[in-house]
Design a protein around this ligand. Structure first.
Ligand SMILES: C[S@@+](CC[C@H](N)C(=O)[O-])C[C@H]1O[C@@H](n2cnc3c(N)ncnc32)[C@H](O)[C@@H]1O
Length: 267
């Protein structure tokens, strides 16, 4: 079953609504928002920047970065999904963001145009991450900053009563929602090949024990999305949702996942 983010526009409207709803829900979560603010706060605010959010989806990241950078900065959100860009325009109060519908492959921007390119949970969803990194390197200024934030999907788990069920459902979810579940572990090699120097990296673990919040909202979204993309039957999705809701109610919930933020510089 393919990762629906490879080509969101080929999905049903129900799937698009589930995807857009999930992107906005996690973007409204305080812990998730803090991770965006953490890397946004490393950007200089004393001068105008040209910033590209590549794979912007509904625009969660570029909206947030727009609040943090110099007010005369030029902000771009680019995505291959015209349907998610329609959602992005609805959520945006900031007319200053330019939304660009792009094709996978070459970007419609001049060489050396950007001070900053951000890729927030993009690279785990693209068939050829090296070519995306190389194209971003072309449009970045020399010394320009690349920020890559992604999930280490292979470490995400939603605990069930027995380990076999946990492993089975975790495996199905991981392969259904990403084509590179281990992208964070590949990035040092890919950065080097694409002409970047790694400046630093940061790790955040979101772990919820007893009660769920961030991960519970993802359970609701994935229980809706998985049957629409034939990753889980409706019965399996309902049983998974029921178990996770019950464990949340009775105080035995456990779910955890790891996110990495990489800062790199274009050479
Ligand atoms: C998981 S979503 C992340 C959206 C947004 N960055 C966020 O975190 O809320 C991945 C996004 O990447 C987009 N995408 C997939 N392949 C792409 C490509 N080659 N170039 C640009 N965007 C792409 C998808 O359409 C989708 O909006």
């Amino acid at each position: 079953m393919p990762d629906p983010y490879i080509d969101p526009d080929s999905q049903t409207q129900t799937a698009i609504e589930a995807m857009a709803g999930r992107l906005e829900a996690r973007g409204a979560d305080a812990t998730f928002l803090q991770m965006i603010e953490n890397y946004g706060s490393t950007l200089p605010s004393d001068r105008a920047l040209t910033v590209l959010d590549l794979g912007c989806g509904t625009g969660v990241v570029i909206r947030q970065l727009g609040k943090m950078v110099h007010p005369e900065s030029k902000l771009y959100g680019a995505d291959i999904s015209s349907k998610l860009l329609v959602e992005a325009a609805k959520f945006s109060e900031n007319d200053e963001i330019q939304w660009d519908h792009i094709s996978p492959g070459s970007l419609p921007y001049e060489d050396g145009m950007f001070d900053v390119v951000a890729m927030h949970t993009l690279l785990s969803h693209v068939p050829d991450p090296l070519s995306v990194l190389a194209e971003a390197q072309r449009v970045l200024k020399k010394g320009g900053k690349l920020i890559v934030f992604d999930a280490d999907h292979v470490s995400t788990t939603y605990n069930q009563a027995d380990y076999e069920t946990t492993r089975r459902i975790d495996g199905i979810l991981t392969s259904a929602i990403t084509i590179h579940p281990d992208i964070c572990r590949q990035l040092p090699r890919l950065f080097k090949a694409a002409g970047y120097r790694i400046l630093d990296h940061k790790v955040d673990i979101i772990s919820e024990c007893g009660k769920g919040d961030f991960w519970l909202s993802s359970v609701h979204a994935f229980a809706k999305l998985m049957p629409t993309i034939d990753a889980l039957s409706q019965g399996e999705a309902d049983a998974w949702l029921k178990y996770m809701l019950q464990s949340h109610e009775d105080g035995t919930f456990f779910a955890s996942g790891t996110y990495y933020t990489f800062h790199a510089e274009s050479k």
